[in-house]
Every structure is written in C-alpha cells, then in structure tokens.
Design a protein around this ligand. Structure first.
Ligand code: FEO
Ligand code: CA
Ligand code: CA
Ligand code: CA
Length: 669
C-alpha cells in the first residue's frame, strides 16, 4: 500500500474507513491502549475511580482531569529529575483538560442546575470537582512491554487546576491585574479551558486558555465601569449574563472566599469584600509550566497577548536569532498571531527550564497576520510604537499593558485578517513553513455574511451536503500555510497558500477543492502537529459537527509539499450574499491517498485532539475528548451515546491512548 510522498517518506499503513461505531479504530498492525482516563488516580494514595459519580470531591486534585486536549512528551533522565530529550523509555507526559463534561458524568446524578444563574447556589462539592477537572495533568510514564504505563509513585506527578496559584509575568503584570486575590497584580488563581498546547526549546510545557470568557459574568450594571472597560469586556465576549458557564460563583453565598466569588468579575457580587473587576484580565494567556518541578508556580506570560488561545507553537530555534511562537485565536473571525522574543537564542538554554522562559517570553514583539489577496502577507506590530495602535480611534490604548491585555482590539486597529477560527499551528521541521488549521466558520455572522466578506485566505461559502440553509459559510474548514521571507521566522512579510480544504469526497468540485477521496476526506481540522522523529510527517485531527452523520472524528497522516506547489484558482461559491463575488486564491497540490490518509477514527461523539510522540517515533499519544457528549442522561446507560473506553454500560470517559505498531516500528511510515 505504500507509495513515496514528500521528503522521501512513505505512508505504510492501510487507511482506516470512515465509520460511526462506538470504537477507537486504528490500522491493521497497530495497537491502541488506554493510558489515563478521566478520574484515574495519579498517585498510589488515591482510590480507583468509580465512574459513577460517588468519588470524594477532595480526591479530584489527585485524579486525571476531564476533556483531554493538547499534550506533550518530555524525555527524562534515568533519575527522573531532569529533561533528557532523546529518552523514549521514560518521560513526563503533560496533558491539558479543557472543560468539565457539561452533562455531569462526574456527579452521581448529573449536576444540580448549572443554571438559574441569579439564585441557584450550586453545592461546593460539585464545583470543587469541576474546578479540579480543568487544567493540566503531569505524570511520569515509562515504557512497559510494547506500550507505556504511568508511574504512580513518581514525585513529578501533579495536577494543575482552575484553583492553582499562578504568577503573572511580562508587560501586564501589575495594575490591570489587581484583584482581591493579589492586590499587587502579580498573581491569579487557576487556569481554565486549556485547549491546544505548546512547548518550549528550553524544556517547559505551555498550556493555553481558550474560551475562558464564558466562565465569568459581570452581574453588576455597567455604570460601575468605564466605557473602555465595557468595550473591552464586549470585545472578549464577557457577557453581563447572570452566570458563567458552570455558575461557579455561587450567587448569594456569603462564604467570602475568592475560591468561588472570583467567577463574578465584579465588585458587589457573591462577596462584598471581594473586588474581582479585573479577574477577566488574568485569563486568556499562554501559561508556562515546569514539567520536572511539581512545586513550581506556573507563569502566565502576558507578552504573548490575551485572546482565546488555542496553543503556541515554536519555530525551530536558531542560535543568535529570536525565539518565535505562532498562535491562533479560536473564535469566529479572529486573528493569527506570532511572538518574536527580544532575547536571542543561545544553545546553552536548551532544556534550561523556566528561567529561560523569563529570558525569552517576557519581552518581545507581538504581531497579528494580514493575508493579502495576491498571496503575500504582512505581520502587523501590536505595540504603542505602531501609530495605528497608539492613535486607534475606537479604543484609546494607555500603554503596552493595555495592548497585550486587549490584543484583539490592537489587531482590529492594525487591520489584521479575520480568519475562519484559527485552531492549531505547526512548523514543518523540514523547511520551516508554518501551517494553521481554520476549523470552520458557520453562523449568521460568519464567513460570507455581509459583515465578514469572503477573502482570498478564507474563500469558501457553501451549504453542507445536507443542504440546510442555516449551515452556510466555511462548513468544513481548511489549512493555511505560509513561508516567512528569507526563511527567517522574525521576518515581517511572508508568502502563503491554502494547503488543504476539508470536504466530503462526494461534494461538488468547487467545495472539494483539494480532491479528497474516501480514504482521506475529512471535515473541520483542529489538532495539527509535525512529528520531530519523522520530519515531514504531519498529523491532522478533527473536531467536526458537519460530517458526523457519516463518520466519527478522526486523525489523518499527511506528507505535505510546499507553499505554492499548487495552482491559482477561483473559488466559485454558491449562494453568496449580494455584493460579494467569487474569490481567487492559491490552492496546494491536489491530494491523493499517497500523501494524505486516514489513520484513526474515534468512538461516538468524541473529538480527536492532542498528540505527542516518543523521541524514537515508535509510540504516539492521542487524546480522545468527550466521547458520548450527546448523551441525554448520566444515570440511564441506554441514553448514553458512548460507553468508551470501558464498554458495557459504563459512563463514557475522555482518555489518553498510546498507539504503537505491532512490529515495533515507527508509527505511520
Ligand atoms: Fe478548544 Fe479551539 O478548540
Ligand atoms: Ca481545538
Ligand atoms: Ca475545535
Ligand atoms: Ca471539544
């Protein structure tokens, strides 16, 4: 079945067929084993998980979190005390946990009402579980036979949750971060909605705060705030609804503790003594974590800007050059960003730990991307030193702190390009080209609406194959890529094209622009990751809502080419609102099963997100998020849409799986 693709590589597995079974399907000759599922203990002192909601709330800080998402494997030295990048037999695995299951499988009979948001005070035992299910799990793993197991006795094992103390570093440390928790504005409590991830050349883990805005509410009248504060709240989607996502603020409670009252971004909420007007400013950041020091305080790196961070992906560092991270803001019509450090890379900082983060991540230039119709692009500087920012009429930026806290507004000021929901990015180690998924953009104010016209970088508007009038816009998503001028990641100009368009293989050719077939058709790309053990191998993961009648979410292996290896094309869209016309764009070389092939299909109602590999490329870790999320009961198994991974009548669980090849070879090639 093999055929040589890019970089001399050959995909050597048989493609997995689309399917809707409640099973994790990998190619023949491969084995997938569950490493850690929601609720599993991370130490020997914690009991096995009941998975029926009866576990003690306090135990959840020692249990694997929920909704596994981005992750990374760091090799360890023999003593298990420091990073040793090439060790494939012993490592530390860091995994994000995005949210707590909305249906409440961790509670005995589901949650008390999440929401009469103004009067219901939820039990703290439920809130404590949900707070602990967010954040990051860090566990030591070791090779065991043909797979990997957690070392529950390791001193490295740790949970970071929505209640963990965090330090704030960089330009926004101080005034705009002042809350009752930290009157100096140097610290905040917790990290939430940890979606995609990142890692640094100095051996630390990056977790990212995506849809944090929905966790807060601002119950007070806006008259208590300045017009600027209100404008910023609105730009970031912090509503004045009466509750946040889980109603964690316990309205009416008199506990007086910021553990709960802080979810009310106000001054007169649950606790009159608590002023948390600025609490929203302390979320929406890239958070750096030392994976080999279980007592270290995570650092929120504000120089990288505040938005709905999907993740942060480093370019390969070059000695004497800045360190560069690429980032996406996953909301409809938001921007792609990059951070360029002030400090220049020194090889002696490889695996130097968080001290190197202080050096490289607290000072630098933050940019937003502008994609031009002619296939060129520019990085627009977000700083008071850019007159477009300093003199922006719609929002009077005060200083660099205001710019990073309100990076989206700075992006508006410089005219950055509104994208179709930027999710994961990845840098091709073969040639330095940068890829980013644009998962989809469908809504009345989404792509192709009057407010958000088609452009060359976001060129499709069509109905999905079900043809419903409401499912219009960029239904299946695409993957954009660019090449920095001169191959320099610090450059301010680039050339771009669209590597791949998601589509159903039976769709019209104007929709299936990449020529996908039954062996590789997909919708809504999200996770994206270039292997380092196998340079040139790209993994694509999906989080789809438009093709799930035909197939569960999936992961594909790809051998991509290069920017501008395809052709200029005019996308003939259907049903575009009047005043908008077909758009010319650049599409990468058409795919075939030789260079893009489905590797995995997940269980029902899951998203496939998060991937890591061992340094020898012989094992990959993949996260299966929220199987069974469309279940309608947590107590009646007949109403569960999935029982994965335990099977039988079990409640479904998110989980990390290890995938290895039965002959012990490298995965996929
Ligand atoms: Fe949490 Fe953008 O996916
Ligand atoms: Ca995602
Ligand atoms: Ca997604
Ligand atoms: Ca999800």
């Amino acid at each position: 079945t093999g055929a040589t693709g890019a970089n001399g590589l050959t995909l050597s597995f048989n493609p997995v067929a689309k399917g809707v079974a409640d099973a994790l399907v990998v190619p023949a000759g491969y084995t997938a084993t569950v490493l850690m599922a929601t609720g599993d203990p991370i130490n020997n002192a914690t009991s096995a998980y009941s998975n029926v909601g009866t576990d003690d709330a306090a135990s959840f800080v020692s249990r694997v979190g929920d909704h596994h998402d981005g992750m990374h494997y760091f090799g360890l030295n023999a003593a298990g005390t420091a990073i040793e990048s090439n060790n494939a037999t012993k490592g530390v695995l860091c995994s994000n946990h995005e949210v707590a299951e909305d249906l409440g499988f961790v509670h005995e009979a589901g949650p008390t009402e999440y929401g009469d948001k103004s009067t219901v005070a939820r039990p703290t035992t439920e809130i404590d579980k949900e707070v602990a299910l967010h954040g990051v799990t860090i566990v030591e793993v070791a090779k065991s036979g043909t797979t990997y197991q957690i070392n529950r006795g390791s001193a490295l094992n740790r949970r970071i949750t929505a209640a963990t103390d965090m330090e704030i570093t960089g330009p926004a440390r101080g005034t705009m971060m002042v809350t009752a928790y930290s009157t100096a504005g140097t610290n905040t409590r917790g990290t939430i909605n940890n979606c995609g991830n990142g890692y640094t050349p100095w051996g630390t883990y990056l977790t990212c705060e995506e849809n944090w805005a929905g966790y807060f509410h601002r119950r007070e009248a806006d008259t208590a705030r300045t017009a600027k504060e209100v404008a910023a709240f609105k730009r970031y989607g912090m509503s004045n609804a009466t509750s946040g996502r889980y109603n964690w603020s316990r309205p009416g409670a008199t506990d007086g503790t910021d553990l709960y009252s802080r979810w009310n971004a106000g001054v007169t909420g649950a606790s009159a003594a608590a002023d948390f007007r600025n609490v929203g400013n302390t979320f929406g950041w890239i958070v750096e974590i030392d994976p080999v020091n279980a007592t270290s305080t995570p650092k929120k790196r504000t120089a990288l800007g505040r938005f709905a961070h999907e993740g942060a992906w480093p370019a390969k560092p070059v000695v004497g050059k800045p360190v560069v991270f690429y980032m996406g803001d996953d909301s409809r019509n938001e921007y792609i960003y990059k951070f360029v450090s002030t400090a220049l890379w020194s090889a002696s900082d490889a695996n130097a730990g968080v001290a190197a983060g202080d050096k490289y991540m607290d000072s630098g230039k933050l940019y937003a991307a502008k994609f031009n119709a002619d296939g060129t692009g520019t990085w627009e500087l977000l700083s008071m030193s850019n007159s477009k920012v300093a003199t922006y009429a719609a929002y009077a930026f005060a200083d660099e702190s205001d710019v990073v806290v309100n990076a989206r507004i700075a992006g508006d000021a410089v005219g950055a390009t509104k994208m179709d929901r930027p999710e994961w990015g990845a840098v091709n180690p073969v040639n330095g080209e940068v890829y980013m998924t644009l998962t989809n953009n469908v809504s009345s104010s989404g792509r192709g609406s009057t407010a958000v016209p088609l452009d060359a970088a976001n060129p499709r508007y069509y109905a999905d194959t079900k043809g419903t009038a409401t499912n219009r816009g960029n239904v299946n998503g695409h993957i954009i890529r660019w090449k920095e001028a001169g191959g320099d990641h610090a450059a301010t100009t680039f050339n771009w094209d669209i590597y791949l368009f998601g589509a159903q293989s039976d769709a019209d050719a104007n929709v299936n622009l990449s020529g996908l077939t039954a062996e590789n058709d997909f919708s809504s790309p999200d996770g994206l990751w270039f292997s380092y053990a196998t340079p040139g191998l790209l993994w694509v993961q999906t989080d789809d809502g438009y093709y799930t009648d035909v197939t569960n979410c999936m992961m594909l292996a790809a051998l991509p080419g290069t920017v501008n290896d395809g052709a200029e094309t005019t996308v003939t869209n259907a049903g575009v609102p009047s005043g908008q016309t077909a758009v010319k764009t650049r599409v990468g070389k058409k795919t075939s099963s030789t260079v893009l092939r489905r590797f995995l299909v997940g269980p029902k109602d899951c998203e496939i997100t998060g991937i890591a590999e061992t340094p020898d490329g012989k094992a990959i870790f993949v996260n299966i998020q929220h199987p069974g999320e469309n279940s309608t009961s947590v107590t009646d198994p007949t109403q569960f849409t999935s029982h994965w991974p335990k099977g039988g009548s079990a409640r479904p669980q998110s989980a990390t799986v290890v995938i290895t090849r039965n002959d012990g070879g490298k995965v996929a090639v």
